[in-house]
Ligand binder design. Structure first.
Ligand code: HEM
Length: 211
């Protein structure tokens, strides 16, 4: 990415960050304030996996909140240590929430199709995040950046899923029809947009690593 962002880049980042923090807050409320089932929550959709559900929604929210700041060139230049430590916390959050997602996916509603969709999402999320971290350790920052763009695109599935679900209700698509589609639609377009951004920015040189 160029050192200074265009207005469009700032607008895109601001909308992405606003939605990410919004969904993270919702997830935290659903995960921690409703374990007793008093609030219409997601955890009681997984009656015998409430711990995995709370870890997935609660810790996944941390990845949503931390991820956007890692893309700010100024933060990386002025506070590389902050980038490193926030980044390590992001990686840990993705690992915990991703493993919890694999546990939950075994019990996904609407059958095998959705199960495969969410298992693929969780697996790709774990792989891209781990590769991203490994590349940073190897100080291959161009590859690190590409993998972390893919990782965060998958983290944002939490946002896109919560866009498509109510949309399917507005369109009166029965849940058993909508959910198997959403289990792919919530991450495949995100990955395609991430690949487009990576290819587009491949034309522009990456900003040099801080010495
Ligand atoms: C979600 C996005 C990102 C995450 C989670 C992340 C995470 C990390 C982590 C954990 C480290 C330290 C690795 C270690 O030593 O343990 C690191 C270092 C670094 N990352 Fe990222 N990163 C992200 C995005 C980016 C982007 C977009 C760039 C742009 C090129 C970038 C450039 C760097 C650089 C240059 C370092 C080395 C900092 C230093 O050691 O001085 N990162 N990142």
């Amino acid at each position: 990415m160029a050192a200074s962002w265009t207005k469009t880049a700032w607008a895109g980042w601001s909308v992405m960050t606003f939605l990410a923090i919004g969904v993270a807050t919702y997830g935290a409320v659903a995960a921690f304030l409703s374990l007793d089932g008093s609030l219409p929550s997601m955890t009681h959709h997984y009656p015998d996996r409430t711990t995995a559900a709370a870890l997935h929604f609660g810790i996944g929210g941390l990845a949503l909140i931390l991820g956007p700041w890692q893309f700010l060139p100024a933060l990386r230049r002025k506070a590389p240590a902050a980038h490193r430590w926030t980044g390590r916390l992001y990686v840990l959050s993705c690992l915990v929430s991703g493993c919890a997602a694999l546990v939950l996916a075994q019990q996904t509603h609407t059958g095998l199709n959705s199960q495969i969709g969410f298992v693929l999402l969780a697996t790709l999320w774990l792989i891209t995040t781990l590769i991203g971290w490994k590349r940073a350790r190897e100080r291959d920052f161009a590859a690190h950046r590409r993998s972390m763009i893919r990782s965060f695109a998958l983290t944002l599935a939490a946002v896109t899923l919560r866009f498509y679900l109510p949309l399917s209700q507005v369109l009166e698509i029965p849940f058993h029809v909508a959910y198997p589609i959403i289990s792919y639609a919530c991450w495949v377009p995100n990955v395609l947009i991430a690949e487009w951004m990576i290819r587009r920015s491949a034309i522009q040189p990456a900003s040099p690593a801080p010495q």
